[in-house]
Ligand binder design. Structure first.
Ligand code: URA
Length: 246
């Protein structure tokens, strides 16, 4: 008698007793070919509106980061946004304000978006991880990069934001965002600056995180990298123009 179940990662797994006499056992592990990234059970629930998701996420305890953070910093932007920007995690300012990208990285992002011809108020801005991870150093809270279990635990919210908005394009800014968007570690330089298909006709674009630009010590390198970042965002602007024209 075949025993088949669908796992959380959307794989079909099971054990098939082919012949009780020969005691031959086949193990099936068939990845659902139609999905390019694994999808969790949470994201297969019916699509909720963003305000509902925001309320649910406020009580998220899927990883321990909620304990030290001030609050969940959920994504922000219109339900009808055509572009979804994904960062890493809220920083100190975002944690206090409860809004994504309002600190120094947010100012860098705003400037680049404007230069690329994208109105921030029309895009949805979110993070792969929705609680601030830090270590206290005196009066300062030092940013800590989220680890894979934290990124995985938080991915349900990215998936549910994606399912709710159904944007034309997801822009993954930096390695953590790329890991969340593609469901696996995805190198930035190898994938940067070109449109990559996700499921359901949604495109994605990988670029650097604005904080990376802030950290570059050399002024020339900073200017050069900033222009590359704007060029990447111009790809998003162009896609938006085409989808409006269509
Ligand atoms: N960096 C991020 O990745 N997200 C924010 O919201 C702020 C800084």
């Amino acid at each position: 008698m075949p025993v088949i179940f669908v796992s959380k990662t959307n794989e079909i797994e099971g054990t098939l007793q082919c012949s009780p006499i020969l005691n031959l056992t086949l193990t099936l592990n068939i990845r659902n070919a139609s999905r390019k990234t694994p999808m969790t059970t949470a994201s297969r629930r019916s699509n909720s509106r963003l305000d509902t998701l925001r309320k649910e996420a406020a009580d998220c305890r899927a990883c321990p980061l909620w304990k030290d953070a001030t609050q969940t910093v959920f994504g922000e932007g219109p339900q009808a946004a055509r572009i979804m920007l994904v960062g890493e995690q809220p920083g100190d300012k975002e944690d206090l304000a409860g809004k994504p990208f309002v600190g120094p990285a947010g100012q860098m992002l705003d400037r680049a978006l404007e230069q690329a011809g994208i109105d921030r108020s029309k895009v949805y801005v979110t993070n792969a991880v929705k609680h601030f991870k830090f270590v206290p150093r005196g009066k300062i809270r030092l940013h800590q990069k989220p680890n894979t279990p934290e990124i995985k635990a938080c991915r349900q919210w990215y998936e549910r934001e994606l399912a709710s908005i159904k944007p034309d394009l997801v822009v993954a800014m930096g390695a953590t965002a790329a890991q969340s968007v593609f469901g696996k570690i995805t190198p930035i330089n190898k994938n940067r600056g070109r449109l990559i298909d996700l499921d359901d006709g949604i495109k994605s674009l990988v670029t650097v995180h604005p904080s990376y630009l802030l950290r570059l010590p050399d002024a020339d390198a900073k200017a050069r990298e900033y222009e590359r970042f704007v060029d990447d965002l111009k790809i998003a602007a162009e896609l938006l123009r085409k989808s409006h024209a269509a």
